[in-house]
Design a protein around this ligand. Structure first.
Ligand SMILES: [Zn+2]
Length: 465
């Protein structure tokens, strides 16, 4: 971590256009909501209970990009005051699994996982070998995250080193917390989407780590597309890097679709399960993020808990591709961390609000009624903690980086009427996450700097990229 932007912090990140000076002392007024503990999945405590910190009509105080306090009284003239009374103020969302190049194929019809990859995803990803396509794609993607209230993300680029470079550079230019790394694939992928050889892949990974791991708010992840696309030798290479480089993340997919699970069993007959393929390669640990985790058994869930690896639950993707229903209760019972993820382009929206609403429906189909608290927690503090970043993001704790979003509590005739009739805080927040989307987002700050404002375009200065 370095000092926050606005006080000589991240190089290239304190670069709003000249018409929007960065205040050193910022105070944001509104209904502050964050978490101080982990709510149970079905906790629907009317006024929030012990896990929820709700401070209606309070000021969130930010100095030099970091949160320094929360208070009821107006902090006075020494602060640049942003009055959003009557609005919901949340920590920026954390999306723990999303694909930068797949904005180009979101909402493509008629496929399940394996033919989705073949017909939509892989052809789109081949274009990112071109550095200019990667640069432009990453810029659009980073701005789109901010326009959906997401200020931190764990991102798949493509197999091309230039795409990972572009993603880290785009996030860095905006001061965003981003975890990414070039994708590893050396088999079962078309020409133009396979690593040339192990030596080249190793060199590219190490170059990405040297350039970006620990630079500003960037971190690198060993990014295994999924077990079928990597030879055992490549998985071993990934495991060696995990053992060698401190604090490196690992991201991949696991047990998303039944055909995929059968395929993995054929490819890795020695493994006990799909998850075990990664375990044997030394890829599971507290910085491992595995998307989906639908077709797991109790032994797998216990292994996840034991290693500290988390499941990035991607409900809109799972519904859209017809992959299955992730059993959050079983993971919670095993002690496995579950965060929420959009998984665009399999997912149908970058909005973590829509993701929360879909997560509720996926659990409802299995007889569990998730509370608003667990859903919101999994998209903020829970995700941050599962990434070992609870000190930096996901809440309004003093000392954290001021990644903050202001939201309309309601919009449109249906939302406004429903909001007017709520009787409890839980009812209000649940109605919000069920009915709202990114159009409810008023403003996004990253490290105390405005990075998105409804109706305005905020472009990082070209010369500082
Ligand atoms: Zn994915």
């Amino acid at each position: 971590m370095q000092n926050a932007a606005g006080s000589g912090g991240w190089p290239g990140s304190c670069n709003l256009s000249a018409c929007m000076p960065v205040p050193d002392r910022l105070a944001i007024r509104g209904d502050l909501l964050d978490f101080v503990a982990t709510p149970a999945l079905t906790d629907a405590a009317a006024e929030g209970g012990a896990a929820v910190r709700f401070l209606p009509d309070h000021w969130l105080l930010v100095e030099a990009g970091r949160i320094v306090g929360r208070q009821l009284q107006d902090p006075g003239d020494g602060w640049s005051r942003e009055d959003h009374r009557g609005h919901l103020v949340l920590p920026g969302f954390v999306d723990t699994h999303v694909h930068m190049p797949q904005l180009d194929v979101i909402a493509s019809h008629g496929a399940d996982l394996l033919d989705w990859l073949e017909h939509y995803t892989f052809p789109a990803e081949r274009r990112y070998a071109d550095p200019e396509v990667s640069r432009a794609g990453a810029e659009v993607f980073a701005d789109a995250l901010l326009a959906h209230g997401t200020t931190a993300a764990v991102v798949f680029p493509t197999v091309h080193a230039v795409s990972a470079e572009a993603m880290a550079a785009a996030a860095h230019a905006r001061g965003m917390r981003c975890i990414t790394g070039k994708v590893l694939m050396d088999r079962h992928a078309p020409d133009g989407l396979r690593d040339a050889d192990a030596v080249t892949a190793d060199r590219e990974l190490r170059a990405g780590i040297a350039r970006w791991h620990g630079t500003g708010r960037q971190a690198q992840a060993v990014t295994v597309r999924f077990a079928p696309c990597s030879t055992p030798e490549q998985l071993a290479l990934a495991g060696r890097l995990m053992a060698e480089v401190p604090d490196l993340y690992m991201q991949t997919h696991v047990a998303e679709n039944r055909d995929e699970v059968r395929w993995v069993a054929e490819l890795f007959p020695e493994a006990r399960s799909y998850l075990d393929v990664y375990h044997r390669a030394g890829l599971l640990g507290p910085r491992a993020v595995l998307a989906h985790g639908i077709w797991l058994d109790d032994t797998d869930r216990a292994l996840l808990a034991e290693t500290g690896a988390q499941i990035a639950h991607s409900p809109t993707s799972n519904l859209f591709l017809g992959s299955g229903l992730m059993d959050w209760q079983a993971l919670q019972a095993a002690g496995t961390a579950v965060s929420l993820a959009s998984d665009v382009g399999g997912g149908t929206s970058l909005s973590m609000v829509r993701t929360m609403a879909a997560a509720y429906q996926v659990q409802a189909l299995q007889g569990a009624k998730a509370g608003a608290w667990a859903l919101l927690h999994a998209a903020t503090r829970g995700a941050a903690q599962a990434l070992q970043l609870g000190h930096e993001i996901g809440s309004f704790e003093t000392g954290g980086v001021a990644d903050v979003c202001v939201w309309d509590w309601a919009a449109g005739p249906v939302g406004v009427r429903r909001d007017a009739l709520v009787r409890t805080l839980h009812e209000r927040v649940f109605a919000w996450l069920t009915l709202a989307d990114e159009r409810h987002l008023v403003k996004t700050w990253v490290a105390g700097q405005v990075r998105h404002q409804r109706g305005a375009t905020i472009v990082p200065r070209e010369d500082l990229r």
